[in-house]
Design a protein around this ligand. Structure first.
Ligand code: ADP
Ligand code: MG
Length: 379
């Protein structure tokens, strides 16, 4: 622990009050910290666990002033927060982690891929498209491909599948001519993610690798440990650390990978925060990703990431709620002795909206997956 470590009951601030902010706040409160959440939404999920909820936009000068004056350290729960606001808070002498610069990298796919390359790591073949002129080159190496907006994409939004060069040009115009990347669509054997916690080059660790399955572009289940050879899993963890080092990252960083048929690992994208695919750590690891976020923010050593049990995490989207407005059949989850239910306190269930998740702990990931799928079907 460094001399400057921030200890309870200091006030910690978080920009954003969604479910990630809620789980951060719960972790921080449990450790005895106080929490201030900045989120314009009256019903922000994190507000349930916060001492102070400032209801204002993320760039509101007065709100940022209150944060700067009352918080010992400030973090974020989403990448589309104003990076300049985070830089400003840091200039005012508050500890901010991750830095506004690192958050800015994750906000733009072109910048992000540039950093991945600079760190000596691999991405899918891609073309950065800043202006329409960039599309007037040979697009064949990137086709069939996926055109993705450089900014503000999540859960598969802002993405168009394109088979031909003319389709790519058309899709670019349909997206409003904004900066994009054209990525070659690769055949995936699997998708995995690694969450790394970094305080400094010598104070850094990773969680076990999660294998992620998506439905309609949204994470559906995470399986831990991933069905990868130990060598490939260790390689992924090493790559995540290498990227965190290149960025001189402080905080929790999620790194998403594509695994190709021959076990080649490509970095898909990063998130400068805890990640949906790391929710299993709440129940299956000695330290959770949210406790890590608190620790790194406060300049404390990362905790042990040891896996206590194989686990499968299942996302609960609004689609699971009956149309009648009734609640799903929670009893089946609550009565299972090896299942942990987490609900985010969102009032309205909408299709595709992340409402909660549950985690099944078992003696093997296979057994957990079988049980998880059966439980999901009975909701
Ligand atoms: P988001 O920001 O929405 O998570 P991603 O770039 O991670 O965007 O894409 C969402 C999902 O789409 C990925 O998890 C993967 O399943 C699929 N996908 C994205 N890019 C590619 C690609 N180049 N090749 C194959 N599948 C892809
Ligand atoms: Mg993604």
């Amino acid at each position: 622990m460094s001399a400057k470590a921030i200890l309870p009951p200091s006030m910690l601030g978080i920009l954003g009050g969604g479910q990630l902010g809620r789980m951060f706040a719960a972790a921080a409160k449990t450790m005895g910290y106080r929490v201030t959440v900045l989120d314009p939404d009256e019903a922000a999920p994190a507000a349930d666990f916060a001492d102070v909820h400032i209801k204002a936009p993320f760039n509101d000068a007065q709100a940022l002033d209150i944060l700067a004056k009352t918080c010992a350290a400030i973090t974020t729960e989403f990448e589309n927060v104003n990076a300049d606001a985070m830089r400003e808070l840091a200039r005012r002498g508050v500890r901010v982690a991750p830095s506004g610069d690192c958050v800015a990298v994750a906000q733009n796919r072109i910048v992000e891929k540039g950093w991945i390359k600079k760190a000596g790591l691999a991405t899918v073949p891609y073309l950065a498209i800043e202006t329409v002129d960039d599309l007037h080159t040979d697009l064949a190496p990137y086709l069939p491909g996926i055109l993705k907006t450089a900014r503000l994409g999540y859960d598969g939004k802002g993405q168009v599948l394109v088979e031909t060069a003319s389709a790519a040009r058309e899709a670019y115009a349909d997206l409003g001519g904004q900066a994009c990347v054209l990525e070659k669509r690769v055949e995936l054997k699997a998708e995995v993610s690694v969450i790394v916690t970094r305080v400094s080059h010598t104070q850094m660790n990773t969680f076990p690798v999660a294998e992620n399955r998506h439905e309609k572009g949204i994470l559906d289940v995470s399986i831990v440990p991933a069905t990868l050879s130990p060598f490939v899993a260790e390689t992924a963890q090493g790559m995540a650390k290498q990227l965190a080092d290149a960025l001189d990252y402080v905080g929790v960083l999620a790194v998403e990978f594509f695994v190709l048929e021959d076990d080649t690992l490509l970095i898909n994208e990063i998130a400068p925060r805890p990640h949906n695919s790391g929710h299993y750590t709440l129940d299956a690891c000695i330290t959770s990703q949210f406790q890590q976020q608190v620790r790194a923010l406060c300049g404390l050593l990362p905790g042990s990431t040891a896996l206590l049990k194989p686990a499968v995490m299942v996302n609960l989207l609004g689609d699971v709620w009956p149309e009648s407005g009734r609640e799903p059949n929670w009893a089946v989850l609550m009565e299972a002795p090896n299942v942990e239910l987490h609900l985010y306190g969102k009032r309205e269930a909408r299709p595709g909206r992340k409402m909660g998740h549950f985690t099944v702990l078992a003696d093997s990931a296979e057994a957990a997956l079988v049980q998880a799928e059966a439980l999901k079907d009975t909701l």
